[in-house]
Design a protein. Structure first.
Lengths: 260, 323
């Protein structure tokens, strides 16, 4: 479904991510893990053509369902984003206009992709929120983003992203800003998305525990390069890569190493 | 575990209320009783908004409790004022979550680290270079870093400088408020190793606030679990994994993604989110999310009851089994 071959991404002509390769099948969950600054977010932003100022894909190919995304015009990108590929950010509240209510933002989003009446769009939004098991969807449609808790905002973000049942969902640290209990709920919900809609998920996270729980395949990045990759069993149990082992050892674990 | 060591800091019935709109009150801490022992670490864990940071702020006298006492070696520090309070501050120091925002961006590391020492007249200005080098070496940073500005250090290095600043006055207690939350796991590990090493060398007492229960149990001698302003369970760190009894503690542990977990099992966790601390339910604070709720939980708040030495919990379920 998604294939990246030898992708190099540069900021102001300095290559940040070098020779990145990825072959993702539909319904697969892949995680990019690594420390801050290793280029994880740059990769998934490039897939959606959302590189921040000065960033450019300078080499390689990004194929989505067989078509080269890099040859897309601005208009084609706009059609693609939010319908076939959508994205969840670390804090979904930050992508919403704070002066507009959730209902307004949601209907505006639906109306850019579909020619239906406002009323129908509103109802569609409400239904999506209900499907994400958000309590009292009507009330949420009538709230501002800052009135919701972090977990609820993240669910609204997922609901918006899932409206058109995308083939690929990109998630940039979707649970990093949340409490552990809320994180567990969101993670469970994301795994269900795959089971119910067969959506492929490409996730960026620094939390190895979450990555290991969700993913079929893990990619460990370091300094813009793929350091190690493999199935969950390989990465967790049989990887011989020093860096992977170091990362795994640093994860605190209940009943694990104690320092005192 | 604690019979041998002396109590340095003791919170007695500490309650903190913040006024809110419409004459209501936000109950941030409700009757918190905790002790800190010499050279030991007290871990405080809970979800955001449970009052753990508020409590630690009371301990470092950045705020005063509405009711209750905080005793440092027998003196109630909540009543201190003026010069006495200033002199007291050198006994308890703090490391914040984000050192980037707790440092003055235009001050060099040398000035940052030595400022507390100069404030108390412990050193002369001419001694700054030498003292700063020693302090930086203590936190395993090269002495040359003293001429840098905070922005040219990495997150982990900045956190080391923050620790050096907190330890400059040789306090008896340091409070670490989510000090490793903003760091990568590998950097977090090195910072934790540094803190525990310094604790062993200098016999410092540490208050460790964290939302990651797996991390807390690995560094703390004693762990207190907070929920909506109440301490619901207190337990020695090494027993947390096996002997925790409170449903909330178990829920916190159940929602951790561990790299050694059994992936075929679905993750267990509590649904929903904590209610607003503005309208607390009558009775047990955890009742709305608890899977074992009984009638008594809606009427009466459970009290802390001792289960074993150093281990106590507040839950009606325990009374039931005791009877």
């Amino acid at each position: 479904m998604l294939k990246l071959t030898d992708v190099t991404i540069s900021y102001k002509n300095v290559p940040t991510v070098k020779n990145f390769n990825l072959d993702m099948k539909s319904g697969q969950i892949v995680s990019l893990v690594g420390e801050s600054g290793s280029g994880k977010t740059t990769v998934i932003r490039a897939i959606l053509g959302l590189l921040p100022g000065g960033g450019k894909v300078t080499g390689g190919q990004i194929l989505f369902e067989g078509t080269d995304l890099l040859s897309y015009t601005q208009n084609q990108w706009r059609k693609l984003r939010g319908s076939d590929i959508s994205m969840i950010f670390q804090d979904s509240g930050a992508m919403m206009n704070p002066t507009k209510k959730i209902g307004h933002i949601f209907t505006e989003y639906i109306l850019t992709h579909e020619k239906i009446s406002k009323k129908e769009a509103w109802d569609k939004g409400t239904r999506m929120l209900e499907r994400m098991r958000l309590p009292s969807a009507d009330h949420i449609m009538d709230s501002y983003s800052f009135q919701l808790s972090g977990g609820m905002r993240q669910r609204v973000g997922i609901a918006m992203g899932m409206t058109y049942q995308p083939k690929l969902l990109l998630a940039d640290e979707p649970t990093s800003a949340l409490d552990v209990t809320t994180q567990a709920q969101i993670v469970r919900q994301m795994v269900q998305l795959r089971d119910n809609y067969h959506t492929g998920i490409l996730m960026v996270t620094h939390n190895l525990g979450v990555a290991a729980y969700m993913s079929d395949y893990l990619i460990v990045m370091k300094n813009g390069k793929i350091e190690d990759q493999g199935t969950r069993e390989y990465i967790l149990n049989s990887s011989v890569n020093e860096y992977t082992k170091k990362l795994l050892k640093a994860v605190p674990s209940l009943g694990g190493e104690r320092y005192v | 575990m604690s019979e041998k060591s002396e109590v340095i800091l003791e919170a007695k019935h500490v309650t903190k209320k913040f006024p809110a709109a419409d004459g209501r009150f936000l109950l941030a801490n409700n009757n918190v009783n905790l002790k800190m022992y010499k050279g030991k670490t007290l871990g405080l864990v809970g979800e955001s908004g449970c009052g753990k940071s508020t409590f630690m702020k009371l301990l470092v006298s950045l705020d005063t409790p509405t009711e209750g006492q905080i005793l440092y070696r027998g003196t109630d520090i909540t009543k201190l004022k003026g010069e006495k309070l200033r002199q007291h501050r050198k006994h308890i120091q703090m490391v914040f979550q984000d050192p980037a925002s707790s440092f003055h961006p235009k001050m060099k590391i040398r000035d940052i680290v030595c400022e507390p020492l100069l404030n108390f007249g412990n050193i002369r200005k001419s001694e700054k270079t030498e003292v700063c080098r020693k302090l930086l070496e203590m936190v395993e940073l090269p002495g040359e870093y003293m001429d840098r500005y905070p922005h040219s250090l990495s997150g982990g290095q900045r956190q080391r400088v923050a620790i050096a600043r907190a330890l400059a006055l040789e306090p008896e207690i340091i409070i670490l408020d989510e000090a490793t939350a903003a760091l990568d796991v590998s950097v977090q590990k090195t910072i934790i190793e540094l803190i525990t090493k310094l604790q062993r060398e200098k016999n410092i007492t540490i208050g460790f606030i964290c939302h990651d229960i797996a991390l807390v149990q690995s560094v703390a001698h004693q762990v207190a679990v907070m929920y909506l302003g109440n301490v619901v369970e207190e337990i020695p760190g090494h027993e947390l994994n096996t002997k925790a009894v409170h449903p909330y503690t178990k829920a916190l542990m159940g929602s951790i993604f561990d790299i050694h977990m059994d992936y075929s099992r679905p993750i267990e966790s509590i649904e929903s989110e904590p209610p607003s601390p503005l309208d607390l339910p009558k009775g047990c604070p955890f009742q709305e999310r608890c899977g074992y709720r009984m009638d008594v939980c809606k009427k009466e708040a459970p009290r802390m009851a001792e289960i074993a030495p150093g281990h106590s919990a507040a839950c009606h379920l325990l009374n039931l089994t005791a009877r």
